[in-house]
Design a protein around this ligand. Structure first.
Ligand SMILES: [Zn+2]
Length: 303
């Protein structure tokens, strides 16, 4: 009996080593990420991963005074510039982002998002948070994520002290008004070379750019062309640039319902930028684990 068990163990070990070697050689011959993303082992790891509660869910469960909501990207994205998420799973998730608020039109955006049960990310201007604190609070109460979009929306070159003040004063005001701390930063006009992004990256913010820009702020953009621009360019892991502040937002408000309806029809789920980065981080961690295990098993086989 003992001998049979021993043989069985040896067979199982050989089988496991052969499987690991096979996995490793597949990884060597195909683009490794593609090979691993198709691997059932990875799927198993991903399926066992607990879904992390969103900050809003954590807050909802909290008894007593509300804890601050913290939007802190996973370490691998801190100090990085993000244009879109490179989700290995290619899961159909997309992030709507709204810049330049809070603004008098923001509650209308919130109304549409609520109607479609969509969570988004709002990159707020510090002086607007000061002017419209109640609207900033409404955004947070509705469960949306916040990012920092500087105090004045300067786009010109500035020295380090000015860049620091633009970002830190906005962070502080957002926290005072809403209780939210955020390390999601979007530079005004997407300018990466004027000192703001450099300071934000040094402070371990993620500099959040976008993969879809339908130019909703341009007077000449019609709601129809806005809808088309978003739908033509939507991809899994995409980040869509829209505006809730900075002027007449009629175009954006008209385009938003058909954009959301069609993307839902295509199977997309809407997530905040924070959630998007957390998803990518979990998938990358799972891939790292599988790769490390395959390497370790291959090493064992060589011994
Ligand atoms: Zn802006």
């Amino acid at each position: 009996m003992a001998e049979r068990d021993s043989i069985g163990w040896q067979q199982q070990t050989l089988f496991a080593l052969a499987a690991a070697a096979g996995l490793f050689s597949i990884g060597m011959h195909l683009p490794w990420r593609q090979a691993l993303s198709q691997n059932p082992l990875l799927a198993a790891i991903q399926s066992t991963g607990q879904k992390q509660p969103t900050p809003a869910e954590v807050r909802a469960r909290t008894v007593g005074p509300p804890a601050p909501l913290i939007y802190s990207p996973p370490a691998r994205f801190q100090g990085q510039i993000i244009y879109h998420s490179q989700l290995p799973s290619k899961e159909k998730v997309i992030a709507l982002t709204f810049d330049d608020g809070p603004w008098i039109e923001t509650p209308k955006v919130l109304g549409i998002l609520k109607e479609y049960d969509v969570k988004a990310t709002f990159f707020m201007i510090g002086q607007h948070v000061q002017t419209y604190p109640d609207i900033a609070k409404q955004v947070v109460a509705a469960g949306h994520a916040l990012g920092n979009h500087t105090w004045h929306h300067y786009t010109h070159q500035m020295d380090g002290a000015t860049a620091a003040a633009e970002i830190d004063n906005t962070s502080n005001r957002i926290f005072q008004v809403t209780g939210v701390k955020t390390q999601l930063f979007r530079p005004p006009a997407g300018r990466l070379e004027n000192g703001l992004a450099e300071y934000a990256r040094n402070q371990k913010n993620s500099v959040v750019m976008w993969s879809v820009d339908p130019l909703d702020w341009l007077e000449s953009t019609s709601p129809q062309s806005l809808v088309k621009a978003v739908l033509d360019n939507a991809q899994p892991g995409g980040i869509v640039l829209l505006h809730d502040g900075g002027g007449n937002r009629t175009r954006t408000l008209q385009a938003l319902p058909p954009i959301i309806a069609e993307l839902k029809q295509r199977g997309y789920r809407f997530v905040s930028v924070q959630e998007l980065l957390e998803m990518e981080d979990r998938e990358m961690n799972a891939i790292d684990e599988v790769e490390a295990k395959a390497k370790a098993d291959n090493l064992k086989q060589q011994l």
